[in-house]
Each structure stands twice: as C-alpha cells, then as structure tokens.
Ligand binder design. Structure first.
Ligand code: F6P
Length: 358
C-alpha cells in the first residue's frame, strides 16, 4: 500500500500555489506516494470528518497550474495555539489538530507557507511528532535562506505593470503619482518594482526618509524638464512622525495600509504638485502566476516530495544559486529577510538616480 503525504497551503495566498501543489502531486505519484490535500490551511482539520481530498495527477490536467489562489483554500488568522473562539475567548486547539492529522494516517506533511505559518506548523510538528517539510511562498519575499519565495515574482510584475499604467496618466496631467504596495515589513516589492517600473522615489521601511528630501527630488525632476514623477511606497513605511499606518478591521485585526494617502497631501503641500495615490492591495496576490513563479513552484514542489521520499524532515526547500536545495526550517524562520539598505539592488537604484528620501 502506498504511503500518504498531507499537503496544505497556509497564510496569505499568492500566485503559484497551485503550481507547487501540482508539482508535489506529480512527483509523489512517480515515487509511489498518495497525496491528501488538507483544506483551508489547518482549519479544515477541526471539522468532523476533516476537510481533505485525495489529489491525483489527473486533477491537474487542465488549467490549474495557471490559476492564481489556492485550490485548497487557506487562512492567515487562525493560529491553533491561540484560536479565537466564537464566544470571544482564546483557546489552544493544537492537540485537536494533531489528533486529526494523525487520524488521517499521513506519514509526512508538506506545508506551503511563509515564516508565520512555518512557526506554527513546525511547533505543531514537534508537539505531535509529525514529519514536516516546508515550501516558502509569500509576495513579501521575507522568508530567510531562500533567494526568492513563490508568489513574489508575480506580485512584482503586477506592481511594475501598475507603474507602467500610472506613467502615461501622470504625464498627461503633470502629476506626482504615488503607488502604495504590500510587503509587510520588507520593502522587496517596492524596491524591485520601483527599479523595473522607472520610479523616481522608492520608500521602504528599511530606509528612513524625510518629506524635505522627497520634495527636493520631485523639484529636481521637474527642474530637469520632466512634468511627472512616479513614487512607490511600501505599506509598512512609517509616517515622518514614526508611526505605522494601519487599518483596523472588525474584531480588532489590523493590517498595514494608508501611508500613501497620508503622505500624498504632505508631498503636494511641500512641492506644489498635484498628487494622486493608488493603493494596489490584494491585486498583487491574484491572477495567473508569471513563468518564473511557475518554474520556482515546480522546482520546489518536486524537491519537497523528494525530501519526503528520502525521509529528510524539519527542512524547508529553498532556491539558491539557480537550484532547489534544502535548509533547516528553524534556521529559515530565524533569518527573516528584509531589504539590506546597502545591498546590491539599493545601490543599483541609487546609481539610476532613484531617491529613497534619505
Ligand atoms: O503577507 C502577505 C500580505 O499580502 C502582506 O503583504 C499584507 O500586509 C498582508 O498579507 C495582508 O493580509 P490580509 O490578506 O489578511 O489582508
């Protein structure tokens, strides 16, 4: 009888998750393993019977690899160690999850997640003696020990296209266009898209700025004869007073958001330029994955299934020096990967005359 791998997607979705699931299923099938898809991250395990489905290669014969989102569903606000109950209380439900996972008869679990999900999943795996392998995904690209995570390339492509679309309208109206992008505490999306999309100013949480310096750059661009300016800002950039701009949702959950609209009027006042703000939001997570994300997801998915077959657990697959490798997942979690203020891409941007407002 074939042995079984459980697979789940956890945390915020991104493009490329389905390509990663497909790669695991294809490779596992070649190696003689059955794959059970766990639905809605770990949350599907709270149901009786647990929400799972047998995934077979033929399930992926059509367009699934090309689709954004995750066919398994996901969640990014249901930590089983601090589970928010309907009555408002918080409960540790990790034991229930471990029992449910064991009841499925899985020999190994592959989790496709970011650092937050990996922290939870490795803790569950340790507590329950579950064999775990992680595949890194996040548009934020902040998972340590991998050059890149699944979903990042697509998010950068979307943000770059947004700058491409903002440029002609900015030029038509003599405007300063501000594009606010996601990325949580890492400025990778803004930095990469800013360079690729020809931004004049990039603001990221790793480099502090002043309105005066931004205004100087805008005035310099205009003095040079150009009638528009493109700016890209990471959502976690703080206000000049040092405060994070956040949105509070029902139930008190917070997310970064609002720095673009906060800075827009201040920049307009400091420069006398007409300024408009676009907040890109979840558009960066959806849509068909770029070919880079499909390749990465395929390589990492195959590698993850190989690790399971070899009995190598407590590992995260990673992309290093143009190949899929594996690293200790605990080291990857510890090594959160934000932008290095003196790193190569920041230097490239400066060499192109892009201002960080510093
Ligand atoms: O971590 C991915 C991410 O998209 C961040 O860039 C963003 O801050 C956050 O998730 C948004 O979370 P939610 O989907 O819960 O609004």
């Amino acid at each position: 009888m074939s042995k079984t791998i459980g697979i789940l997607t956890s945390g915020g979705d991104c493009a490329g998750l389905n390509a990663a699931i497909r790669a695991v299923v294809f490779r596992a099938d070649q190696l003689g393993w059955k794959v059970l898809g766990l639905e809605t991250g770990t949350a599907g395990l709270f149901f009786t019977p647990p929400k799972v489905r047998h995934l077979k290669p033929e399930d992926f014969s059509g367009g699934v690899m090309r689709m954004g989102g995750t066919i398994l569903g996901t969640t990014n606000n249901r930590n089983p160690f601090e589970y928010p109950m309907d009555d408002g209380s918080i409960k540790d439900r990790s034991g229930e999850l471990i029992d449910a996972a064991k009841g499925l008869g899985i020999e190994a679990l592959i989790g496709i997640g970011g650092d937050g999900s990996f922290e939870i999943l490795t803790r569950l795996a340790k507590q329950g003696g579950i064999n775990f392998v992680g595949i890194p995904k996040t548009i934020d690209n902040d998972v340590g020990l991998t050059d890149v995570s699944v979903g990042f390339d697509t998010a950068v492509a979307v943000a770059t296209e947004a700058l491409d679309r903002l440029q002609p309208t900015a030029a038509s109206h003599d405007r300063v266009m501000i594009l606010e992008v996601m990325g949580r505490d890492a400025g990778h999306i803004a930095l990469n898209a800013g360079i690729a999309g020809g931004a004049d100013v990039i603001l990221i949480p790793e480099i502090s700025y002043s309105i005066e310096n931004i205004a100087k750059k805008i005035n310099d661009v205009k003095a040079g004869g150009r009638n528009f300016v493109l700016m890209i800002i990471s959502e976690a950039v703080k206000s000049p007073e040092g405060e994070s701009r956040e949105v509070v949702f029902h139930g008190g959950e917070t997310r970064y958001g609002g720095i673009g609209h906060y800075l827009g009027p201040k920049i307009a006042e400091a420069t006398g330029s007409e300024t408009r703000v676009t907040v890109l939001g979840h558009v960066q997570r959806g849509g068909s994955p770029t070919y880079n994300d499909r390749l990465l997801a395929s390589a990492l998915g195959v590698k993850a299934a190989d690790l399971v077959h070899e009995g190598k657990f407590g590992r995260m697959v990673a992309w290093k020096n143009r190949e899929a490798v594996d690293v200790a997942i605990e080291d990857a979690i510890k090594d959160c990967h934000t932008v290095e203020p003196d790193g190569a891409l920041v230097k490239t941007a400066r060499a192109l005359g892009i201002s960080f407002g510093d």
